[in-house]
Design a protein around this ligand. Structure first.
Ligand SMILES: Nc1ncnc2c1ncn2[C@@H]1O[C@H](COP(=O)(O)OP(=O)(O)O)[C@@H](O)[C@H]1O
Ligand SMILES: O=P(O)(O)OC[C@H]1O[C@@](CO)(OP(=O)(O)O)[C@@H](O)[C@@H]1O
Length: 397
């Protein structure tokens, strides 16, 4: 066990000075932002042994050959007939789903979201659900590009750096706008599964999100009930991280930047995130569940899944599901499909990804291109040791 322990902070969570009138989601005031109290809650680190895996890159392990190409390419579907007449209601409201992603930058959150959507679309139980990703980075770029018409201005000073913890308020604003967009589209019945794609890397952020979910669900004017699913994406393998950083240097933030500058900037961003990140734990799950039950005055549903190292680390012991006592078929079906996706992620998508990583490094070693040398010079052992130290200083080892 690691991380601080402070029993008062449990109360801080449960007695946040939050109310529906200062909610982000308010049908009467669609553009207000709440200021939830940000007391730090207790964190009981149950995943600490996993974080230690940095020291043992797993790429040397052969990708299992028993997986056929078919299994790699076609998402597994369940032989289970959907009963279209069975619509689940909670508090007389129709259920919709919100997937709250958690994970450091470049762990694969956006990629795995698109895989999940593919899987939901391919399953007869869930293919009628309209899924949409709400990406905080995309919203940030839309807003900042509209004002400065550039992909991302690289910061020269810490006060210019959006990802420096000093500037957390700016970053929170983009996240809130993104969340607001998700609630708005759910409420307008434009979407049935909203994926909130952001790092959601602090307990404070997650507390805010769940306060908003409660506010949405208890708002008399809203017609829908949101069923929250936490999906934590972790990546501890150094080769995976390095490959992902390389790919991140081509995203919209860096379109107009030279490769080396992009790599350096993204590496700096990662360090900021490692210094603040708190993984989601069962302790936090229980606190959130208790909070939702109290505020919604029902036996609320809450689900928690993990994808670790592209699914090659078995996450079963970390996942947790709380089905409400009167759980309808639609919730059970949807969760079953999500659970199936998680449990078979490596076969469906993970091994193919690992093949790409292996190919990348093989090519990299055979033909050490000048531009890629920049990757080695920035994302090296020293960098990984710094990340390890940052996360340890943050209370995890
Ligand atoms: N599971 C995965 N399958 C395929 N590619 C992946 C996977 N995870 C990461 N990647 C690669 O890493 C890059 C960064 O992943 P991304 O999904 O953008 O991470 P995040 O959303 O967590 O910042 C992607 O562009 C992709 O090339
Ligand atoms: O506000 P948080 O939760 O950090 O998440 C949003 C941030 O995550 C990032 C992290 O790199 O997402 P993305 O890579 O998907 O664009 C930033 O672009 C974005 O501003």
């Amino acid at each position: 066990m690691c991380g601080s322990s402070d029993s008062d902070s449990h109360d801080g969570y449960l007695t946040s000075d939050y109310n529906s009138s200062n909610s982000l989601f308010s049908l009467n005031n669609g553009y207000s932002y709440s200021s939830a109290s940000l007391d730090r809650a207790t964190f009981d680190c149950q995943d600490s042994d996993l974080l230690g895996n940095h020291k043992h890159p797993m790429l040397s392990t052969e990708v299992p050959r028993f997986i056929s190409n078919d299994a790699l390419h076609s998402p597994i579907t369940l032989n289970y007939k959907r009963d279209n007449d069975d619509v689940t209601y909670t508090n007389a409201k129709v259920n919709k789903f919100m997937i709250v992603l958690i994970g450091l930058p470049a762990t694969g959150k956006s990629t795995i979201s698109s895989h999940l959507i593919q899987c939901l679309k391919n399953n007869p139980l869930t293919n009628s659900l309209r899924c949409k990703v709400f990406n905080a980075g995309k919203i940030r770029r839309q807003i900042s590009c509209a004002t400065i018409s550039k992909p991302l201005l690289l910061a020269n000073t810490s006060s210019e750096d959006l990802f420096n913890p000093k500037n957390i308020d700016k970053k929170e604003t983009y996240a809130r706008i993104t969340l607001q967009k998700l609630f708005h589209e759910i409420n307008n019945d434009d979407c049935d599964v909203g994926i909130f794609d952001a790092t959601n890397s602090t307990i404070e952020r997650r507390r805010f999100i769940f306060e908003e979910v409660c506010s949405f669900n208890t708002d008399e004017l809203s017609t829908f009930n949101l069923v929250p699913i936490v999906l934590q994406i972790s990546c501890f393998n150094r080769d995976f991280i390095k490959y992902n950083i390389h790919n991140k240097s081509f995203n919209e933030d860096y379109l107009d930047k030279p490769y080396e500058l992009a790599i350096k900037d993204f590496a700096k961003r990662l360090k900021h995130y490692y210094s603040q990140f708190t993984p989601f734990s069962m302790d936090e799950f229980n606190q959130i569940h208790q909070y939702i039950n109290q505020h919604e005055e029902i036996d609320a549903s809450l689900f928690f899944f993990n994808v670790i190292n592209a699914g090659i680390v078995e996450p079963h012991s970390l996942s947790h599901s709380h089905y409400p006592s009167t759980c309808g078929r639609q919730i059970r079906d949807t969760i079953m499909v999500v659970e199936n996706f998680i449990n078979h992620y490596s076969q469906m998508f993970g091994f193919e990804y690992i093949e790409s990583v292996k190919l990348f490094f093989e090519k990299f070693e055979d033909n050490h291109e000048e531009t890629l040398a920049a990757l080695d010079s920035v994302v090296n052992d020293e960098f990984f040791n710094d990340l390890q130290e940052l996360i340890e200083n943050n209370g995890f080892s």
